[in-house]
Design a protein around this ligand. Structure first.
Ligand SMILES: Cc1ncc(COP(=O)(O)O)c(C=O)c1O
Length: 416
């Protein structure tokens, strides 16, 4: 292929197998009817009738915006009120001790970009879990860093602190900074949630590994699915673990309005930094604001104002919480159907606690998905399994899915 791209860009392309499978499902639904297709690829909440859920309180406040609210340039850092609301909404009653500040980003993706860019060097390894959202690979690779994975879960289904420790220590033998992305709450793709004790064990590993103060650890807590991970305050308790850490450990929460406010396409989020050191937080805001200026500039004004409008009214916050609780419950019910049937069918899955996805570990995942597609069922093949989006499959369509999977696994001669 004739190419004029610079060496670092040559050969890259954003072939996304999730969107590709989704497009095939949509095309088939047009042909044979939506009711005859199960599209388990979509990472957004769909209602029982298959339509995209947009929370009512969000719809109302988007409609109420004035032209300046939706059209004016927002400050590069984000509106102060918006950032304050993000911090409150993220932590709830479990705000960690320390200096906390934030910068607006286009979704959680923007957070990941900036942290990788500003806290690791070209050629460095960035540590992520083996089960991870596919975009992490591109976010790391496009910044000319290298992906390094550790085993997220032990064979009996708990956070694998030993594997985490081994990889952290090994990386820090070669690098002074280690950046880690840990999507430990309602993990995409598995639905695993780390307990408070497990988060504590991760933080303890970092404390031990950075005792020598020439080493720094930057932990991104990717909390994209936080609002659907459990009871509102209980699922936030782990944030307390990030307080009072040594000054060479910085925690960044990748907060996003994509899921919690169902504003996926509005591209809005915030990087929330926590440090025991004032200088670290000042530098954090300075360098990340600079990078915002140098990449996307300022973020979406409309989404920020919609959030401000909701958060300034306790009644609207109540409505928001109630709507989220409703969809959390719906997703849990869908997952319970699959879990029960999968156990009966002998189909193994990675321990699911909450969130948008369940993972079925299996070899030959592409072949299994190809067979399922012949049966009008669309799922996402991963390197070590198959991802089923429980957020988007109705309870009616969830029934029988485990059986179809069992048959497809058998037909493909795949192993679990
Ligand atoms: C694990 C994980 N982190 C972060 C994101 C960020 O999404 P957004 O940039 O839309 O906020 C997603 C979205 O799918 C995700 O699955």
């Amino acid at each position: 292929m004739y190419s004029i791209a610079a060496p670092h860009a040559k050969g890259k392309s954003a072939e996304d197998n999730i969107f590709a499978a989704n497009n095939r499902a949509i095309a088939l639904a047009k042909e044979i009817g939506v009711e005859n297709v199960t599209n388990a690829t979509v990472g957004s909440i769909l209602d029982e009738d298959g339509s995209l859920v947009v929370l009512d309180v969000v719809k109302q406040e988007l409609k109420n915006l004035t032209p300046p609210e939706f059209c004016a340039y927002a400050p590069i850092k984000g509106y102060d009120e918006f950032l304050k609301d993000c911090i409150d909404q993220c932590f709830g009653k479990s705000r960690p001790e320390g200096y906390i500040d934030a910068c607006a980003t286009p979704g959680g993706t923007g957070v990941l970009h900036h942290v990788v860019h500003n806290y690791s060097e070209p050629g460095d390894e960035v540590l992520i879990t083996d089960w991870h959202w596919g975009a992490y690979d591109s976010l790391i690779d496009d910044n000319n860093r290298k992906v390094r994975t550790f085993s997220f879960l032990t064979s009996d289904g708990h956070f694998n602190a030993a594997s985490f420790k081994e990889n952290v220590e090994d990386i820090l033998k070669k690098q002074d900074n280690i950046v880690i992305i840990l999507n430990g709450i309602a993990n995409n793709p598995t639905g695993y949630c780390m307990s408070v004790a497990e988060w504590q064990s991760a933080v303890d590993v970092l404390k031990e590994a950075t005792k020598d103060e020439t080493k720094n650890a930057i932990l991104i807590a990717d909390v994209a699915y936080l609002d659907y991970s459990g009871e509102k305050e209980e699922c936030r308790e782990f944030f307390k673990v990030f307080g009072g850490l040594p000054k060479n450990i910085l925690v960044v929460c990748a907060y996003t309005l994509s899921k919690g406010f169902t504003m996926y396409g509005q591209r809005m989020g915030a990087m929330i930094g926590i440090s025991s050191d004032k200088d670290v937080i000042k530098e954090y805001v300075d360098i990340n604001q600079y990078s915002s200026r140098a990449t996307w500039s300022n973020c979406n004004s409309a989404a920020q104002h919609a959030m401000i409008r909701i958060c300034q009214d306790p009644e609207k916050i109540k409505q928001l919480d109630a709507e989220r609780a409703k969809y959390y419950k719906l997703i849990q019910e869908r997952a319970a159907i699959f879990v029960e049937e999968a156990q009966k069918e002998g189909v193994k899955f990675v321990p699911y606690i909450s969130g948008f996805f369940i993972t079925i570990p299996v070899t030959n995942s592409q072949a299994v998905c190809d067979i399922l597609e012949k049966d009008h069922v669309f799922m996402v093949p991963l390197k070590k399994g198959i991802r089923l989006a429980v957020c988007s499959v109705s309870k009616k369509k969830m029934h029988g899915l485990a059986h179809k999977l069992a048959l497809a696994i058998k037909e493909a001669g795949a192993q679990q």
